[in-house]
Design a protein around this ligand. Sequence first.
Ligand SMILES: Cc1cc2nc3c(=O)[nH]c(=O)nc-3n(C[C@H](O)[C@H](O)[C@H](O)COP(=O)(O)OP(=O)(O)OC[C@H]3O[C@@H](n4cnc5c(N)ncnc54)[C@H](O)[C@@H]3O)c2cc1C
Length: 459
Amino acid sequence: MPGRPAAQRIVVVGASLAGLWGAATLRKEGFDGVLTIIGDENDPPYDRPPLTKQVLTGWVAPDHTVLPHLEPLGDTRWLLGTPAAQLDRRAGEVVLADGTRVPYDLVLIATGVRNRPWPASDQAALSGVCGVRTREDAARLIDHLDAGVSRVVVIGAGFTGSEVASACRHRGIDVTVVEQAQAPLTGALGGVIGDVAANLHDANGVDLRCGVTVQALEGSGGTFRAAALSDGTTVDADVAVVALGGVRNTEWLADSGLASGPLGVAADAGCRAVAVNGLVTDDVFVAGDVARFAHPLFDYQFLTLEHWENAAVGAQVAARNMICAPEDRRPHACVPTFWSTQFGVNIKSVGVPSLADQIVVTQGSTEAGSFAAAYGDRDGRIVGAVTFDHGRWIDHYRGLIEQAAALPGPYDADLPDKREPARFPPHPAASYHGPTVVVTGHSPTAMDAVRQPAGRSAP
Ligand SMILES: Cc1cc2nc3c(=O)[nH]c(=O)nc-3n(C[C@H](O)[C@H](O)[C@H](O)COP(=O)(O)OP(=O)(O)OC[C@H]3O[C@@H](n4cnc5c(N)ncnc54)[C@H](O)[C@@H]3O)c2cc1C
C-alpha cells in the first residue's frame, strides 16, 4: 500500500482508547515518522468500562485498568497532563494550554466525552457528590463506599447509573435510583426493554423512582445529605452519583473552522473531519466518542456512539485512511456493538436500536429476563437487536443488520409474533446549542459557509 510521503508528523489528540488504537494502527500500517500523543489526563491510556463494573465491586483496583499496547509504538512522544487548547489549521499546529505549539501534517482528534456535570456548582461541590468517568472518579467513589454508607442515590438510570446501582447492591449498600424517563435504559433501548430493566432493578432491591427528577442536592457542613425530588419527596443518602450522560470535548476546536460543537465533530464515513462549510478536510481525522460520522448503513445519518468497540474500530479505520493512498480508503461501516453487565445479567446490543420504531421479542422470555429482541425501522428493516443473557446470538443479528434484512419474527415457536412500538423518547430538540453558520458571497464560485461570529445577530 503506497504511503503518503507528505505525512512526516502525525499528532493524536486524546490519549485514551481511540487515541491509543489510532496510534497503534499508524505504526502497524507502517508510519515511521514523528508521532505525538497529547492527553489532558496524567495517566497513560486506561480502560473505562471496568470502572463501573469490576473496579466498583472491588475485584480490580482502579490503577489496574491500563490499556495494553497492541503494537510497539516505537519512538512516540507522549505529552500528558496538559490539554490541547486550539487547533490552528492555518499554521498546521496543535496549541496546548501552556502555549506549546505542536506542528502536524495530519492530526487525529480523539478527545471523547466528559461527564455532564450537576448543574448547580455549589451542590456539585458537596463532599459525597460523585461521577464515574475517570480512574480518579472511581477511586473517590470507592473511598466513600468503603467508609460505610447507609444509602447511595444515583441520578440517571442509563447504563452508567444502572451499573453503579448494581455495584452498590453487590456491596450490600441500599440504593435509590432516580430517572426522569418512565424506566431505566429507555434512551438507548426504548420503553419495552426499559420495563425489563426496571424489573431487574426491583428484583435486586433497588428503590427505583421513575418519572421524577432530582431538583436539588442538599448538604450540611459541606457534605451531601439528601436529594430533593420533583414529586416533593426527599431521599436521605450519604453519596449521590451523578450519571447524566456525557458532554463532547469539542470546545478546544471552536476556532478551528471545523463543523464541531455539542453534537461532536462531524466526519465523513472515512473519518475525515468536515469543515464548517460542509467540505471534508484531508488532514484532520476524527474517531471515538467525539466523532459524529455518516454511516452508510443507516441512510448516511451522522451517528455519535459512546461505545468501546466504535472507538477502537473507528480509530483503526481513521488511522489507516490517514496514511494510505486515497483510493484505498475505507468507510467506518462497522455495525455498532455495546455491552453492559448489571445485576449479574449480560446485556449486549448491536446496531442502532434508537433508530427503530418497532420491536419484536425473537427468543427466550422477557419475564425470565433471558431473551433476544430485534428492532425494526418504519420500512420493516432490522436496525438493531438486544440480548439479555443471550449474547451468543448477537453475531447472528449483526449479520442480519449488515445485510439490511427484514425484521425477523420470533425464532422460538412458543413466542407470539408480536411487533410493538419500541417506545423511544422523542429527541430533545432544545438541547442543541451549536454554532450558527451563515452563507456568504453571491456568485456560485465565490459562495462559502462560515461560522457566524459570536454575538452577531441575524439582519
Ligand atoms: C464508566 C464507563 C463505563 C463504560 N462501559 C462501557 C461498556 O460496558 N461497554 C461499552 O461499549 N462502552 C462503555 N463505555 C464507553 C467507552 O469507555 C468509550 O466509548 C470509550 O472510552 C471511548 O474512547 P475515546 O478514546 O473515544 O474517548 P475517551 O475514553 O473519553 O477519551 C478521550 C480522552 O481525551 C482527553 N481529552 C479531552 N479533551 C482533551 C483536550 N482538549 N486535550 C487533550 N486531551 C483531551 C480526555 O481526558 C480523555 O482522556 C464506558 C464508559 C465509561 C466512562
